[in-house]
Write a protein that binds this ligand. Sequence first.
Ligand SMILES: Nc1ncnc2c1ncn2[C@@H]1O[C@H](COP(=O)(O)OP(=O)(O)OP(=O)(O)O)[C@@H](O)[C@H]1O
Ligand SMILES: [Mg+2]
Length: 284
Amino acid sequence: MAIHFEKLTYIYDRKLPFAHTALSNIDLDISEGKITAIIGETGSGKSTLVQHLNALLIPTAGSVDIGDHHVGANERNKNLKSLRRDVGLVFQFPEYQLFEETILDDVAFGPMRFGLDKKESYERAREALLSVGIDEGLFQRNPMELSGGQKRRVAIAGILSFDPKVLVLDEPTAGLDPEGSRRLIDLILDLNKNQNKTIIIVSHDNDMVYSYTDDTVVMQNGRVSYHGDTLSLFNDSALVEENKLLLPHIVHFKNLLSSRGFNISSSARTIEEIANEVSGRIKG
Ligand SMILES: Nc1ncnc2c1ncn2[C@@H]1O[C@H](COP(=O)(O)OP(=O)(O)OP(=O)(O)O)[C@@H](O)[C@H]1O
Ligand SMILES: [Mg+2]
């Protein structure tokens, strides 16, 4: 589903003296079927932006279209249930999302809410939990008894279980161990490539963003300062500076190789790809 933000502004507590404008006049198109990263410093508006995608927040001004769903300021916003069936959002803080007595009940809640029968909902829940690396042995535990990383995985399973068309993940690898992060990234890549899901990932991990995302949106002070191809952004030192970004380790490494006479192609985005190029050239 294509996503289109049109002159969207969001003000927290707008009727109060401490009103705060978190997003200003955002115009943004996010492509269908791609993995798009949303990055930018703390407080720049990333979480506020993505919470509009399933109408958890309603614009103060302007609008957002997600496929055929339209959510606008000062409008009667209809069919929110069907929007929330199409767009699965995992919060930055998974505690906000987990509320059932057991993990399995929690993850089965989504499919049941969207009309599947109990048996199928629980099957979907089991599958989703296993796919994020939560073992059967934990299924009957209370979500609040889990570690931070486990909570995050359960929250992710909670949206995978109802198979939304768009997945929005707010800092999905925060608090995961390296093995858990790796597994989650593989799962995200698989959902994108093999099921054509549109995926939006909010992240502070520029290494992950560089290696695995197609497009990047950079937020600065509630505005979009860059939107386009991820590699073009990070391979251009002027853009990196202008957008106040930390250089991914891989790009730093490519720059070092290049200063020593090994020019690596700009499309190489993982350690493996760089190693292949270097070894190919030494052997050749
Ligand atoms: N519930 C709220 N009430 C009032 N202000 C808020 C609320 N949530 C966020 N803000 C403010 O809105 C701005 C944008 O916050 P947001 O959470 O979208 O940032 P973020 O880019 O996701 O940051 P982080 O990287 O720390 O998660 C910040 O200045 C923040 O203080
Ligand atoms: Mg945030």
